[in-house]
Design a protein around this ligand. Sequence first.
Ligand SMILES: [Zn+2]
Length: 988
Amino acid sequence: MHDDVHLTEGRVSRVLKERLWPAVHTIAAPVSVDWHELPGEPIPPTEGLALTYEKVEVGTDWGPAWGTTWFRITGTVPAEWAGRRVELVCDLGFDVNKPGFQCEGLVYTPDGEPIKSLNPRNQWVLVASEAVGGEEVELFLEAAANPVLLDYHPFLPTQEGDIRTSSPKKLYTTRRIELAVFEEDVFELCLDLEALHELQVELPEGPRKSHILQAIDDALDRVDLQQIAETAASARSALTGVLEATSHDSAHQIAAIGHAHIDSAWLWPVRETIRKVARTTSSMTELLGEDPDFRYGMSSAQQYAWLKEHRPEVYAKVKAAVAEGRFIPLGGMWVESDTTMPSGESLVRQFLYGQRFFESEFGIRCRGVWLPDSFGYSPALPQLMKRAGFEWFFTQKISWNQVNKFPHHTFEWEGIDGSRILSHFPPMDTYNSRLSGQEVAKASRQFRENRLATGSIAPVGWGDGGGGTTREMAGKARRLRDLEGSAQVSWRHPDDFFSEARAELAEPPVWVGELYLELHRATLTSQHLTKQGNRRCEHLLVEAELWSATAALRGLVDYPYDELDALWQQILLQQFHDILPGTSIAWVHREAAAQYARVAEAATALIERSLTALAGEGTVALRADGRSGAVTAAEPVAAVSVIEQDGAYVLDNGIVQVTVSAEGLITSALDLATGRDAIPAGAEANLLQLHQDFPNMWDAWDVDRFYRNRVTDLREVTSISVTPDGLVIERPISADSSTTQVLSLAPGSRVLDISQSTEWHETEKFLKVAFPLDVKAEQTLAETQFGYHRRPTHTNTSWEAAKFETSMHRWVLASEPGFGVALVNDSTYGFDVTRPSALTTEVRLSLLRAPRFPDPETDQGVQTHRYGLVIGASVAAATEAGAALNTPPRPVSGARSVEPLVTVSGEGLVVSSVKLAADRSGDLVVRVYESLGARTSGELRVSAAYATVSEVSLLEDSITAVTSQDRVVPLRLDAFEIRTLRFHRVEE
Ligand SMILES: [Zn+2]
């Protein structure tokens, strides 16, 4: 017979788009609309409802960027609508192609109860599920004019990303606000046709595809386009046969979970996220009420805490749905943080504060870590997740790799210490599924474990602030429950999916080491103040806990639980995966810098208060070591003097000798004991290099490989001078930018210290500082949380070649047997490594970038860095130097020295935290880890009375009792193992 697939496909596409979908709300009645426009910051709903409102016509422009417009909508349900479902339909000027990036609204009853959000793909609010006719309607709408920043031509610089620079122009025009009858048959017909049409596109030629096409034609033949509502039921009956055909036994099983991926800040400020959470959760609790099978998952304790504080009425609904097991808290973290840059203690606190919140509010703990969107995953995570009690890990981000395709979807991920955790990447490759035929078929086709396993996860809903799951998606899921030719879709708790995956895969494949994202590599550098603030604050908070615990256990101060919790939570929020990576709008980073300054000041005040209590009032010059917890007499230390010699400058302390050329470049760095020079003959280190840096997309996120091809070596010197602080080198970077470095060497130290201050006024440039090293390093070792990464220096395979920019914490080490050189830093995270020759290694630190999207002024102004060259370094020396640079000793005047509260001995053992327990019992919690990557033993001594000791999880739950004698606990640790001990308070 004659067949034309395209004719049917064209027909169903057009009829759906132009006739059937619009016919869902055809019968309409007008309403009166009044408004009150509020430029600037939002106000609480109670104040919004009490505003004075003025009449406005639909079709009026509204909303300057970031403003809020309150609408009051009143009307009467026509008498003839009795018995029908009536909805308010509201089009605020939405662009349906940009579900998460524009205006949104939240609808309230006159007594202030939020009902449901309005989003580009969700433009209705229920008025009456079965109208009586004649009822009066009064609703309020809080509409947010969030500007579109990621436009059709994406990544263009824009000033709209900060309320201080955005234009007053009105961005949106209301298009439709009216009451309408919801035509259920038409709606269901649309979903039938859409599901079948999308399914047949994915099917091979054959009977099933043909049957569906024929049924679609039959159904469309029955639709009278002038009387759609009246003929929809008949059209649906033509589809019953193909919709009732059930799937085959080996159909892929999709565990769907409602999802919205609400970024805690990104192309909007934190204050807007608070409202996005309220909008989304209002709609999701509404959908849970409408569809008994639906389940919705939301991560981030912080977002629940915002809801509790700002929209308690919605929070009450969420709480009830959580109790039913249908609104599912996910991830167990404070926010969906970056995991590459936060310190080990920060990640522990992400879990600690996250799980404590879920436990106290809902009586549950999350069993899995949910991080769909963070930019790569640290190899320390498996151990941290295990020790925090998690059973599984979920992300999809690695599907964004530029080059290499990740080989597994369900697998065990093994970290640096050997811990393994069951992990899953959805083969659909998205965290914003709408359950399209294409996505569902892709999951089933791409799933890498198809031989042995049967299922995958699908996070379903408009994300990135887009409002979550819609009733259309829920309707799609109903049709795909058991449909011939499709994977089977059911709403599931991810915990259940993982339990089944574990049962199916007796021996899952294993991936060892970091989950490196082959994209967004520049997130290790963009927005330097944000990086610097994070690094400083996380160290200050650990130090504040140490001194506070020491002073509190000696009865000198009350432990500042409330202050420390609030300060930690602020730092944890800013580790969100678009704040710490530097990929948010200017507004977000401006506020982040202010918060870091506030936290640093408050943490410093806590440290000083405890130190004053411990050291007493006095004038003795003391030195407080924030790592050991000891306060000792201070000995004056001056940098070694710089000697001018044959047109060069020499810094020599008897341990190392560094020679700097007249151009300010390091030509030699001798380890005097071995005679080894860290710098290859003829090479120059401390060379600043400026690259052009204009990636193909995602400016703040990406640096593309070709950036290397264009480089300017900054050799020009404005001045070079010897001062008591060290050798001061000033050099221009360009006509607009310049930098000053101070090179100094302390007595007894192997570290050449470099303090740099840069006037940075560049556009789309990348500043690096290069250190060619006379070391034949097969690998570099770079610090991560509680240990280090090993990465090959070669580019034998595409996997290594793709890692042309990688991460570190406080140090990176290049070494060969017998000799090594490390670079330490106080505020950078990115570096690259190359092999200039077979025998040498070049390490470059990434200092500054200047992308123009989403913040057109990224990093402009004065920026400071401190880093150092450790000459003759081992892992232990690098670890020590990195820690010393980030927690320098502080001068204190007092009356007496102070014994440390906790001391540890044993090769490679490092104390990472000394604090009082989060449950405020007064117990002391001490965390140690093995830093060298070797098995070790040692002991931990506590100079305070305690009743018993137990080993506890990262959440401070007791695991086993530990024996101790004379306040000494013997320790035996495996490579990179983390141990947390809890010293129970003596009951008074
Ligand atoms: Zn995200």
